[in-house]
Design a protein around this ligand. Sequence first.
Ligand code: ATP
Length: 522
Amino acid sequence: MRIDVQFADRVGIAHEILAVLARRNMNVVAVEVDSSDVFIDIPQLTPELLPSLRQDFLGISGVLNVVVVDVLPGARRRLHLDTLMTVMADPVMAVDAAGRIVAANAAAAAVTHLRESELEGKTLEELFGEAPLQAELLAGRFLAPAREVRLHGEPFLLEVTPVSEAPDSALGQTIGGVITLHAPRRLGGRLHALQHGGGGFDAIIGDAEPIRALKARATRVAVVDAPLLIVGETGTGKELVAQACHAASQRANAPFLALNCAALPESLAESELFGYMPGSFSGAQRGGKPGLIEMADGGTVFLDEIGEMSLNLQAKLLRFLNDGKFRRIGSDREIKVNVRIISATHRNLRKMVAEGAFREDLYYRLNVLQLEVPALRERPDDILPLARHFIERACAQAQKPICRLGPQACAALVANHWPGNVRQLQNVVFRAITMTDKRLLDETDLDLAEGAARTVAGIGSATAVQSSDDWDNSVANFERALLETLYPQYPSSRKLALRLKTSHSMIANKLRKYGIPKGSGN
Ligand SMILES: Nc1ncnc2c1ncn2[C@@H]1O[C@H](COP(=O)(O)OP(=O)(O)OP(=O)(O)O)[C@@H](O)[C@H]1O
């Protein structure tokens, strides 16, 4: 039986409590003492013996109560910790100050091919076959950056957390460390889940015909396990389509990892993609690092803005696409993985091939399947549903009641040209929600002028004023250039009037005056 003898703190009281048991020749298998309790595990104690023992304890000055407990608190904590360790999917090991394993979970036993009891007492050097790792961790008192290690040929990211005598104090002595091993595959999967949530075709808002046709084609293309190239203007949702294709493929349970080829200089893009070995370049992590292609094994790597990839990296990617093999930077060893490449670009790759800026052989390798994402202006019916979707999200984020779009605002959104596509629409909405507390948004709340300012600046330089021009000629030149520039994007006098925030009849007169033909608006 296990009991809790509760007392008011007094010097020597715990000793007196235990002396009662000694006098009764009762064997004690565990004792835990804190400032107001002595918890005792007494196997011989039965319910019949308890009342007389309780009397003896209550006879000690300061003892307040004796209650039966199911388990001692320390043992309860150990049970919880053991269960926690067992259910953790990542291998975890606790080591002492000399780097010897003192505890390990079942996942650690599985990846080391040893029993938990066999792991205890082993050094990190014996486990990973790496003398520098052990020395480095001990020298740094278990404060070290994550690094890569291998167990039976499998790569893991090793993270270490120091265990201190006094965890809350900087002065506490380090008495060991906790080592966690992350399998790149699991790490990639979790990162993906964190960054992207679900990401199926339902996440692509839009019901206009061009987007319906895209979804229908994408659903078919998604399940064909071949490279896919997604083309379309910037901000049209190419990455969203790539995620949806991954989610609808047989690779859905493996990682989807993305690299923006335009965001990184060549050397960094290469190390992100292919990984590197220890010491392969200055600034590299000491233990080396697996690249996205390795981490995504079984899944998909999304190469955004592929048109910006350097010719050197294009050659390496082509080699990988040929046989699924690659080498990390600084390594002779070939690694084979099974990864689907989905790439995307807003550039005309055919033209780049003709100009020698993109490898033709790579173009054909990437472009086995192709999807084209329509520009937002090609599906004006989707503008308002998308705007309302972004309004809901922005209001929820800003913890505001949902706003509505007034008729003027709706008209302005539909008439806008959207060179930045859905991303621009999203930005316009977020900016409006942030800047106003109104419940009904009108046109002036939407900052649609940014694009206009750029266009007008362009027109200004294009119609550079001749020194001989008088006022009227200069104004007329400007008006003609402005209308000629905007008319193709707003192909009716009504749309153009909305865009320039003026009257329909004035625009119709000016178009007539400058002889700008109706056809030039299409
Ligand atoms: N149809 C859509 N439904 C909902 N959100 C969308 C849609 N299309 C795009 N978005 C959102 O617009 C933003 C831009 O989309 P995304 O990054 O996929 O575009 P992209 O074509 O890959 O752009 P870039 O070429 O600049 O990389 C994202 O926040 C995305 O969630």
